[in-house]
Design a protein around this ligand. Structure first.
Ligand SMILES: Nc1ncnc2c1ncn2[C@@H]1O[C@H](COP(=O)(O)OP(=O)(O)O)[C@@H](O)[C@H]1O
Ligand SMILES: [Mg+2]
Length: 392
């Protein structure tokens, strides 16, 4: 196994022995530390199960203590998610340059042999999937102010990725488990740019690595059309989850209540949006603000992507700088209108909570016209190719 030593502005002898193109790539990394496999293995006690904090579509995540005393989240990419050294480092270079108050910071990576490991800043309060939506397994109290701070923080982080980073970044997997919380419950978006690290033949065929059902915009789920508007749709679903404290889908509820977005539209039409607000707040919330956030969520999830506001407009709407009173809201794009989704309960790997996830698969032969039927395995194997139009 080859080792890349720490390259903080230093030229290190063993680098000179490597492929000259790759060395150039490595030495060009400015903001990112290159860790040795041994260093990371020591940091998390040989990747012990006691240090494992999660498992996602890209691999396993461990909590580790680095030599400099920093606590890190160490994400070991699964074998199938690994790409060549050069491609990996090129993308790492892009991600490592991105810094923002509401984005998780990438400290560094490890590219030894066929290992591809990412090292992130560790966030003390886990993700909102495990805390806010974790079904009472967390002691954190999410009062109204904390919730609005999370909504605005995530909106600002996403607006930054969409509109300030050049070239802009479509996250592709905005969801509750990618919203991490620091010690003060301030949100940080994680996994941005990650889809770029995964070989493209994997990212465009599977929502496991390029989006999560329940948050997927219909045009992305069905036709593979990937634009910033797909992220905005997912953000809209997330807004409803934060206000209601409920997962976007819950198969245990009566039909009609199972899909939160469907419920939101129904209550909007009845002028009863307020009924969606989390009862655990015991009435301590700003009713006008709650209804406004839910209306913004409906705008973000409009069926026609062109009707969804940009993220910078969403930030202004959340801050009351844009009045949404006059904006017409039509029926949101509901995935349940076009798919027969099967929902299964999935135990979280650390048994902290029961999370809701979708069990879905489809093949080209199951697709008929606009209908896609889902049943069975744990990922979506659609045959679409992602059409990414950077101008949208
Ligand atoms: N930087 C981090 N700090 C703390 N916990 C993290 C961090 N990154 C990931 N995690 C935890 O690891 C879990 C798995 O993460 P990930 O592999 O990204 O999968 P997913 O986002 O699909 O849950 C997350 O849900 C979260 O609980
Ligand atoms: Mg994640």
């Amino acid at each position: 196994m080859t080792c890349f030593p720490l390259l903080f502005g230093k030229k290190v002898p063993s680098v000179a022995k490597r492929d000259p193109d790759i060395d150039e790539e490595l030495l060009g990394l400015k903001n990112v530390r290159i860790f040795t496999y041994k260093e990371l293995r020591n940091a998390c006690d040989n990747f012990s199960s006691a240090n494992k904090i999660g498992e996602g579509g890209f691999g396993s995540v461990y909590k580790g203590l680095l030599k400099d005393g920093k606590v890190a989240a160490i994400k070991v990419l699964s074998a199938e998610s690994r790409q060549g050294v050069r491609e990996f480092l090129t993308e790492i270079n892009v991600i490592s340059e991105i810094e923002h108050e509401y984005l998780v910071k990438l400290y560094g990576c490890c590219v030894e042999g066929d290992q591809r490991i990412l090292v992130y800043n560790y966030l003390e309060n886990n993700s909102i999937a495990q805390t806010l939506l974790g079904g009472g397994y967390s002691d954190i109290q999410f009062n109204w102010r904390t919730r609005t701070t999370i909504c605005i923080g995530v909106a600002r982080g996403l607006a930054f990725l969409h509109e300030e980073v050049r070239p802009h970044i479509v996250h592709r997997d905005i969801k509750a488990s990618n919203i991490l919380l620091d010690k003060d419950l301030k949100p940080k978006i994680s996994d941005f740019g990650l889809a770029r690290l995964i070989p493209s033949h994997l990212t465009h065929v599977s929502t496991r690595v390029a989006g999560t059902i329940g948050y997927l915009a219909p045009e992305y789920a069905i036709r593979g059309q990937l634009t910033r508007k797909a992220d905005i749709y997912s953000f809209g679903v997330l807004l409803v989850e934060i206000v209601s404290g409920r997962c976007n889908t819950n198969a245990h509820l009566p039909t009609g209540d199972q899909y939160i977005l469907e419920k939101t539209w129904e209550l909007y039409e009845q002028g009863e949006l307020i009924r969606l607000v989390d009862i655990s707040l015991n009435g301590f919330f700003d009713a006008e603000e709650a209804c406004r956030i839910l209306k913004i969520a409906l705008l973000c999830t409009q069926d026609n992507p062109k009707l969804r506001p940009s993220m910078s407009s969403v930030v202004k709407m959340l801050n009351r700088e844009i009045d949404i009173g006059e904006i017409k809201i039509t029926k949101p794009g509901l995935i349940s209108d076009i798919m027969d989704l099967k929902v299964k309960e999935q135990k979280n790997n650390n048994d902290m909570k029961t999370s809701c996830s979708y069990s879905a698969s489809s093949s080209a032969s199951e697709r008929q016209g606009n209908t896609m039927s889902f049943a069975g395995s744990s990922e979506v194997n659609t045959t679409f190719t992602v059409q990414y139009d950077p101008s949208t």
